[in-house]
Design a protein around this ligand. Structure first.
Ligand SMILES: [Zn+2]
Length: 85
C-alpha cells in the first residue's frame, strides 16, 4: 500500500512537471495533494477515495495564506464545471 502511494506520487510529479501554480499561475515550486472529504463530488466512485494533485508555488503555500482552502475552492470549481457540462 505504501509503495503504491509512493509510485502514484512519482507518476503524478512527472505528469505535473512544468505545470504552473494552481492558484496564481506562476512557475510552481512543488506538488501538493488534496484529499477531499466528499470524494464523490470529485468524480470518485461511491466508497472510493480520491487524490487530486496540483502544482503550487512557495508564495501561495507560505504559512498564513490559507493555501489549502484556496486550492480546495479552485479544484471544486474545476471539477463541478467539468461534471456539470
Ligand atoms: Zn502561486
Amino acid at each position: 500500500m505504501e509503495i503504491e502511494y509512493q509510485e502514484m506520487m512519482e507518476v503524478m510529479a512527472h505528469r505535473l512537471a512544468g505545470e504552473p501554480c494552481v492558484i496564481c499561475g506562476a512557475p510552481s515550486d512543488g506538488m501538493g495533494v488534496f484529499v477531499p472529504d466528499n470524494p464523490e463530488e470529485y468524480g470518485a466512485a461511491a466508497g472510493k477515495c480520491r487524490f487530486i494533485f496540483y502544482q503550487i508555488c512557495d508564495k501561495c503555500r507560505a504559512p498564513g495564506t490559507k493555501a489549502l482552502e484556496t486550492v480546495e475552492a479552485i479544484l471544486m470549481q474545476e471539477f463541478t464545471q467539468t461534471t456539470m457540462n
